[in-house]
Write a protein that binds this ligand. Structure first.
Ligand code: F6P
Length: 545
């Protein structure tokens, strides 16, 4: 792999610093007044999406410098390296090829001389025939009754993606089937997800890339007990009620799931990039295989766009660069994701893993501590709900929170004037955040003089607007890929590995050490720090209350 210099040593970075010094206090009101064509020049239409980034605290010169930064950081080469199957996940020595999961049948993407595209389509075809059988009632449970309930068990990338996409595409789902998702090791999750379900009509999809994850295996074992007890103790019932999705055939077999009922994927698919792999089986069952393929087509369109569009009109690159401008120069700590569509209510949670597990890193590719900020905190809720909760801080708080507003021109549920009212709020919020309301404007409205400072809005709060025509499997696929490649762009410029997640390991190891201490009846000698030992003693003393 070619050595990449620290971003902060790149000429464009230094120029951006100087440029930031000149621009940081300029108000968006001034930027719009000075350039009447700003909205047009800072809008990009591509692949069925409109990105309007004109309400950002930047000028054409800012973007020129950011685009130079991308070139100097070798983004182009890094994109090619990913698409070519290079082992860009250097710490795990793996290629990163989620783009192969949505490549058309006739594409060729090689890993060490093997074209992986036929493997992908072979699994997709098996998924399609399995999901068709479930949807049609042809797949029968142990007692001969058709399956009516699908319970997906997984966590992290093996849960957030399928659950988010299922919720997002609920409009297109087969309503005669019930879908539930269990992820948390908290028994409440399993208990509530299976409440009221008949074991004879329930199928569990156990999703785990590694098939070693504590939460998933604990929930899967509980599910097996629940099923067998519910069906009179017959262990052979598992065959008709459990399927597995994993890269680990041996552990699936050890668990007792027949590998005929296993759908595989590969170590070059990261967990948080796997919703478009077999991990999407529950989604495919819900929306049908044709729509699932349309979902993949949406991803693929953005993959091609990311690979070939010039950076100045490349949506993921633009979003990534704008994020870097706030993260590294304005030193904004977080990014808000604000979808104005109730179906997207899990999208911010999904993006939390995608972005924060990918770019929450503090060493660069060669293991040196970074001297620049990396990934932001990602958070958000759908509009308009968020407006009545946390937007106060966005409008008048002391923190700079850049936000992405995501909306659709057409509603899937066109009830009366709901959609126009929703979108009126969508447009009003970015306008209010950008332009605010001056003291003079407030005064001109009259009222109590003492309230004026409280009713004044500084404005100058940056937003991106992402507008799509309609929420469809295709557009949702595009939206996910947009953010995947945004995260890639930023990781490439920060010179970090966006594809490992060592940071989740320590907590897992310590939990394994603590678990037997909690269950043992002996007063084990606890060798933790004082706080942790005391808390464990307190818990043990009171847990049987
Ligand atoms: O704990 C983090 C993590 O490894 C994620 O990266 C992953 O998506 C999740 O756990 C689940 O892992 P698996 O699919 O192997 O069960």
């Amino acid at each position: 792999m070619t050595s990449v210099p620290s971003p902060i040593e790149l000429p464009a970075w230094r120029e951006l610093q100087a440029h930031f010094g000149r621009l940081k206090n300029t108000h968006l009101r001034t930027l719009f007044a000075e350039d009447p064509r700003r909205a047009e020049t800072m809008t990009v239409d591509a692949e069925g999406m409109r990105l309007d980034y004109s309400k950002n605290r930047m000028t054409a010169e800012t973007m020129t410098l950011l685009l130079r930064l991308a070139e100097e950081a070798g983004l182009r080469e890094r994109i090619e390296a990913m698409f070519s199957g290079d082992r860009i996940n250097v710490t795990e020595d793996r290629p990163v090829l989620h783009v192969a999961l949505r490549a058309p049948r006739d594409a060729v993407i090689e890993v060490e001389g093997d074209n992986v595209v036929p493997w992908v389509h072979e699994v997709l075809d098996r998924m399609a025939s399995f999901s068709d059988r479930l949807r049609s009632g042809d797949w029968r449970g142990h007692t001969g009754r058709p399956i009516r309930n699908v319970v997906s068990i997984g966590i992290g990338g093996s849960d957030l993606g399928p659950q988010m996409a299922y919720e997002t595409l609920l409009h297109y789902s087969e309503r005669s089937l019930t879908f539930r998702f269990v992820s948390n090791i908290d028994g409440t999750d399993f208990a509530e997800a299976t409440r009221g379900l008949d074991p004879a009509e329930t199928l569990f999809i156990v999703s785990s890339k590694s098939f070693t994850t504590l939460e998933t295996l604990t929930n899967a074992r509980t599910a097996r007990r629940w099923l067998i007890e519910g069906l009179g103790g017959d262990e052979s019932a598992v065959a008709k009620h459990f399927v597995a999705i994993s890269t680990n055939e041996k552990l699936v077999a050890d668990f007792g799931i027949d590998t005929i009922n296993m759908f595989g994927f590969w170590d070059w698919v990261g967990g948080r990039y796997s919703v478009d792999s077999a991990i999407g089986l529950s989604l495919m069952t819900a929306i049908g295989s044709d729509r699932f393929r349309a979902f993949l087509d949406g991803f693929h369109a953005i993959d091609e766009h990311f690979r070939s569009a010039p950076f100045e009109s490349n949506l993921p690159v633009l979003l990534g660069l704008i994020g870097i401008w706030y993260d590294n120069f304005f030193e904004a700590e977080s990014v808000a994701i604000l979808p104005y569509d109730q179906y997207l209510h899990r999208f911010p949670a999904y993006l939390q893993q995608l972005d924060m597990e990918s770019n929450g890193k503090s060493v660069d590719l060669s293991g040196r501590p970074v001297e620049w900020q990396t990934g932001p905190t990602v958070w958000g809720e759908p509009g308009t709900n968020g407006q009545h909760a946390f937007y106060q801080l966005l409008h008048q708080g002391t923190k700079l929170v850049p936000a992405d507003f995501i909306g659709f021109c057409r509603s899937l549920n066109p009830l009366g004037e709901h959609h126009d009212l929703l979108m009126a709020n969508f447009f009003a919020q970015t306008e209010a955040l950008a332009f605010g309301r001056t003291e003079d404007e407030v005064r001109a409205e009259g009222g109590d003089e003492r309230q004026i400072p409280h009713r004044t809005f500084e404005g100058n709060r940056p937003t991106n607007t992402i507008l799509l025509d309609e929420l469809t499997p295709y557009s949702v696929g595009s939206l996910i890929a947009l953010y995947e490649h945004k995260v890639f762009t930023q990781g490439a410029i920060w010179n970090i590995n966006s594809f490992d997640q060592w940071g989740v390991e320590l907590g897992k190891v310590l939990a394994q050490r603590i678990a037997p201490e909690l269950t043992s009846v002996e007063a084990s000698s606890l060798e933790h720090d004082g706080s942790t030992s005391n808390l464990i003693r307190h818990y043990k003393a009171r847990r049987k209350a």
